[in-house]
Design a protein around this ligand. Structure first.
Ligand code: NAD
Length: 504
């Protein structure tokens, strides 16, 4: 059997399960979520070892940024699942007062989830939790770039989750390409902008909805009016977690001219506090995932002046936490996503020039600003379009489950975390449920259009009216007493009226 046939067979099997309705009850979904909770506990030790092997990441960092994060998403979903699954009734207008109007959440169907290697469990399991909550069946493809983590995930996902509804497929680019030839009800992809475009093209063939969790360059603005020591610590931490291999890592910093020297001094000192004088000896600092990325990052070191760090070790894929000043603006360092522990720092005098620069680039996944100046923060909020604006911290917006996470423009399409993940895998079907009676009122809309008052009455009852002079909203239900009288006369006295309750 060819790879494509094998994958198609899996898809067909999941479709059969989905069509059987097995994923519809709350009890089934919460049952699978409980399995996820047990699975996370069971895989912990092996997973920490696997991530150590792939990236030499400290288990505490893997726990906090990957496993515990996913566990928290899971706990939040378990707490809210019943409410998310319930029909949501919406307000109705006067003319629909006796109707029922609501949104019925229905699962999209059989979906595929492409994970990424930098936070392997989080980036595969968090979307899967949302798919389970929504009642979808799913194929998950962990990234081949972190092979040890991928193998552990495959082992435990297969062991704990219902194989009739959830499958894990390991493989490289060939597998990813083959998966994209299949028709899915939703594609959830985490990865680079360039592959994101390939995914979007494949999805367009079948008008498949997509979530694209992509990357790009996340700028940081450091104002003169801020606590520079704290800003330096938070930025360095955000940059060095996972050795900078984080989609929301600060990519480059624009610092006010008056503070740039202090910022660099403070950053240097915080690097030493967190990782020692020689970070290569620290077990808290991770390594670059593979030779390709190592070489790519190493080549960026010559795109400016090295102010801190700059050492590398090819054998272990080590790149020191590095600060670069005077980066060349049209170099790869400043045009490509860095995705490593290298931080270019530029200076500014007028923040307007920084806003102009950021606006001239693709819209970032996150924009960071450190300032005590409410006016400046407000300007950044209004002038910079980004997936998220994080003020005075780095990465921590991820910890708020009520803040949907995702990009805008080139940094992505769609949002997830918390209820947003459930919504991403759900079609909220609009339902209008009318009683079959009251046909005399409904008669207003049918031909013949012989009486103008009928139409005027209908417009007054059922249509919104923009108020062109005040612009303050809509003048609704402008029912004059004459019209109301006519409506009653019409409803009750019309020959064959159903107003008295009869259906016709
Ligand atoms: P990538 O795009 O190279 O790979 C992601 C997936 O795409 C892998 O599963 C791979 O098998 C598949 N793939 C690769 N080439 C393909 C092709 N030609 N056709 C079809 N599929 C293909 O990304 P990466 O290097 O693994 O991850 C790093 C990128 O992901 C960075 O840009 C980072 O910012 C981004 N990222 C984003 C988020 C987020 O949540 N927004 C999270 C993590 C990483």
């Amino acid at each position: 059997m060819s790879l494509a046939e094998e994958l198609n067979k899996i898809r067909d099997e999941l479709q059969t399960s989905f069509d059987s309705g097995v994923t519809m009850p709350y009890e089934y979904r919460i049952g699978q979520l409980k399995k996820c909770a047990a699975m996370i506990k069971a895989m912990e030790k092996e997973y920490f070892e696997a991530v150590q092997k792939d990236m030499k990441k400290h288990p505490a960092e893997t726990n906090g940024t990957d496993l515990k994060f996913t566990e928290s998403d899971l706990g939040y979903a378990m707490k809210h699942l019943k409410g998310w699954m319930a029909d949501q009734y919406v307000k109705t207008d006067l003319v629909n007062k006796i109707d029922q109007a609501y949104l019925c959440p229905e699962p999209k169907g059989v979906v595929v989830i492409f994970g990424a290697w930098n936070y392997p469990v989080q980036l595969a399991l968090s979307p899967l939790i949302g798919a389970i909550c929504a009642g979808c069946c799913a194929v998950v493809k962990p990234s081949e770039v972190a092979p040890s983590s991928s193998a552990v995930m495959k082992k435990y996902f297969d062991l704990f989750l219902d194989p009739l509804c959830y499958r894990t497929v390991e493989g490289g680019v060939d597998t990813a390409k083959a998966l994209l030839t299949i028709t899915w009800d939703h594609i959830f992809f985490t990865g680079s902008v360039s592959v994101g475009k390939i995914v979007a093209k494949a999805a367009a063939e079948n008008l498949t909805p997509v979530t694209l969790e992509l990357g790009g360059k996340c700028p940081v603005i450091v104002d003169e009016n801020t606590n520079i020591d704290t800003a330096a610590k938070r930025i360095i931490w955000g940059k060095c977690v996972n050795a900078g291999q984080t989609c929301i890592a600060p990519d480059y910093v624009y610092c006010h001219k008056k503070q740039i020297a202090t910022l660099i001094e403070k950053m240097k000192s915080h690097i030493a506090d967190m990782y020692g004088e020689d970070p290569q000896q620290s077990d808290c600092f991770a390594r670059i995932i593979n030779k390709t990325h190592f070489n790519r990052l190493k080549s960026l070191l010559s795109d400016g002046t090295i102010a801190v760090g700059g050492t590398t070790d090819e054998d272990t894929h080590y790149i020191a936490p590095t600060i670069i000043t005077n980066p060349v603006l049209d170099s790869k360092l400043m045009t490509d996503e860095i995705f490593g522990p290298i931080l270019p720092i530029l200076e500014y005098e007028d923040v307007q020039s920084v806003l102009k620069y950021i606006r001239s680039k693709q819209k970032p996944l996150v924009c960071y600003v450190f300032s005590n100046n409410a006016k400046l923060i407000d300007q950044v909020k209004k002038r910079v379009s980004a997936g998220t604006l994080d003020v005075n911290d780095c990465l921590m917006h991820m910890m708020v489950p009520t803040l949907p996470f995702g990009g805008v423009g080139h940094s992505g399409i769609g949002k997830y975390h918390g209820k947003a993940t459930f919504d991403e895998f759900t079609h909220h079907k609009s339902v209008l449920h009318k009683p079959i009676g009251m046909e005399s009122v409904n008669n207003l809309r049918y031909p013949p259009y012989d009486a103008e008052w009928k139409q005027n009455l209908m417009y007054s009852l059922a249509y919104y009216k923009p108020n062109a002079s005040t612009g303050t909203g809509f003048a609704k239900y402008a029912v004059t007493s004459t019209m109301a009288g006519a409506a009653f006369a019409y409803a009750y006295a019309w020959p064959g009226s159903g107003a008295s309750g009869g259906s016709q």
